[in-house]
Write a protein that binds this ligand. Structure first.
Ligand code: SF4
Length: 165
């Protein structure tokens, strides 16, 4: 898969110590994006899911993995393989997406791997970054339109937001 980078011990991409994987390639082009170098689908570097999983599991202090980007759901199949390994090893899974939860459900109709990743995700921070709604007081999200969703509950019964402020 193509990645933009990774952080082994992030404390800003969800609770606890997190392994954050920045996937390469994003179609959303949000004004004010903090990671424009992650937009080019041909950029970044190639790394196997096996290698990423090895790095993920190398730190015993890690509480979970966060998929960020770029747009992780454009490489949902590879991310799902990594998410499965994380879950199998007792780690929780967060994902950021420029797509809304509803858009991902729609996308999954043609790309079943999107649903595979959603089913392996505990928390989804969804929606594009909207510069006019940016606030530094928001926890775990950049703009007020973005939601912090409990994915298992949302899949079972519509969107269920967690409290991120
Ligand atoms: S979805 Fe994220 S990475 Fe993509 S353009 Fe928007 S802010 Fe940037």
């Amino acid at each position: 898969m193509r990645i933009a980078g990774m952080i082994q011990d992030s404390i800003v991409d969800g609770p606890g110590f997190r392994f954050t994987l920045f996937t390469q390639g994003c179609p959303h082009d949000c004004e004010g994006c903090h990671n424009p170098e992650t937009h080019d689908f041909g950029g970044g570097s190639e790394m196997s899911t096996d290698e990423i999983i090895r790095k993920l599991l190398s730190n015993p202090l890690t509480d979970g993995i966060t998929f960020s980007g770029g747009e992780p759901f454009e490489q949902a199949g590879d991310c799902a393989v990594i998410a499965k390994a994380a879950r199998d090893n007792g780690l929780n899974v967060w994902a950021y997406s420029g797509y809304t939860f509803e858009e991902l459900i729609k996308k999954a109709e043609k790309q079943p791997e999107v649903m595979d990743l959603l089913k392996l995700t505990d928390v989804l921070v969804d929606g594009r970054f909207i510069l006019a709604q940016r606030s530094l007081s928001l926890k775990w999200r950049g703009s007020a339109n973005q939601r912090i969703l409990d994915v298992p509950k949302s899949l079972a019964a519509g969107q269920t937001e967690l409290h991120g402020e």
